[in-house]
Write a protein that binds this ligand. Sequence first.
Ligand code: ZN
Length: 181
Amino acid sequence: MPKAHRVGDQRMCGATTVGAGLNTNVFVNGMLAAVAGDLDSHNMLGALISQSPGTILINGIPMIASIMDQGSPDQIGLITHVTGLPTPGTGSPNVNLYGGQGTFGGGLGNFGLSGVPGVGEIMQIGSQVVGQVYRTAVQGGNSGMLALNNMNPNVTPPTVNTTITSANTGKTFTFTSYYSS
Ligand SMILES: [Zn+2]
């Protein structure tokens, strides 16, 4: 189930979520719960976007679920991280949001030469289904972010250097970082 993302948790691009003063009094495991609009440590950009059902609110603002939810572009030095790279990656070890929406996993990595798999494509490790493409982002060349949902609980999740392959199109993605939620 998607983990509750908190101020101080990591984004996939390496940034850390920073509060924007929208939630000042609701804590998860002693850390401020992150809400839509909170920023990150890459130039105080990367506003969090709710893509989950958005029905769990703090002060009327949706809480953020790791991987399921999204981050706006941010910037480190002269490099802009496109939408998707600042996706919230880590979260609470024991507070989850939106049970029943499946299990999510994803991270940064490299797409194969045949391109970027589409949302909904079934991805496999070897001959075993691992999950379905939930969201992708391309950050120049063949690198980017890929997130999965409907993870198969009976398959060992990807780790760094794991390549997943689309059963639909044969397109591949090789993780250089991996988060689960
Ligand atoms: Zn970033």
